[in-house]
Design a protein around this ligand. Sequence first.
Ligand code: LMR
Length: 398
Amino acid sequence: MFFQHLEPYAGDPILSLNEAYQADPRPGKINLSIGIYFDEQGRIPNLPSVQAAEAKMLAAGGPKPYLPIEGSAAMRAAVQTLLLGADHPALAAGRVATLQTVGSSGGLRVGADFLRRWLPGSGIWISDPSWDNHRAMFEGAGLTVNSYPYYDAATGGLRFEAMCQTLAGLPKRSVVLMHVCCHNPTGVDLSPAQWQQLVPILRDRELLPYLDLAYQGYGDGIEEDAYAVRLLAQAGLSMFVANSFSKSMSVYGERAGALSVFCADADEAQLVLGQLKATVRRNYSSPAIHAAGIVSRILVDPELRPMWEAEVNGMRARIQAMRRRLHAVLSARVPGRNFDYFLTQRGMFSYTGLNPDQVARLRDEFAVYLVRSGRMCVAGLNEGNVVQTAEAMAAVLA
Ligand code: LMR
């Protein structure tokens, strides 16, 4: 026997919870745990734009060769335009190295491995709190992970001053992981003015932003949600951007994502692309051809693109409607308590402020699943379960 000494895996705090929900036999159970968009009927939508793209792929037929290590050229170009808009100076300068990756998680990890090797003295700072897997992913790559102030439990908002102070005091060449929009887990975002205030801090302190863009379109809109990427690119900063299509195209299992590294110039971008490719080859060799076909078709096809944009707008509007519904029902059921954070926080998630005991009661007594931190996936609400959710919350808050 070789493996008797292994520590048992405690399970992932988000994915295990989703499995526990699936196994729960209680009728009327409500899944507000994992970051997945469910439609009004509680299903993961198979978007018509995605189906149409797949129909075109099927009609075209053809073989399924390995993609190049860096992924599909069509998808990589389409990702760059999605992030920056057409004709951005950073693209014209050729200073962006983009890889198609295995989800944005694959991109985050490839970037982490790259940083560990090529910027070995640099630690990474993540927001407090951040997506549960960020710390594990970067520590797993051998980086030292620290955190900067972010969420203000007292107001349900942002500790912006404290965040800026911390960033301004970091060692030079530190990496700073930031959520571009729809912060996971809190739903608390920086305003455009706050992003602008960050630029001189990042530049003067010679910090390397690592942007995570997993929810493009769920905040204010597809273009609007790319604001921070475009601002930092316009300012000429070097940075990493990992972006995902899991949520925006509802293609979770396709593992559709990308990593873009903004460099000083085109020569540096070529060097970076080369070493990113070396990192990928040592990991999973090359990404998925089906994901590339879906994404590149939807982003460039003149019929599919507007179809997809309308679908994203519809998903965002439904989440916002559910935020308003939950806020209204909760405010009526629990007078004297302020639930305005459901209206100000954006995207799929809200930080409810419920403590782990209250979250456990929600699950055990009411079959309502939230992440232990109190994070609620608002995108799991619908007209059929929002009142039940509010009543369960009211009961554990009483
Ligand atoms: C989440 O935060 O729930 C999603 O990003 C899914 C995941 O992999 O954790």
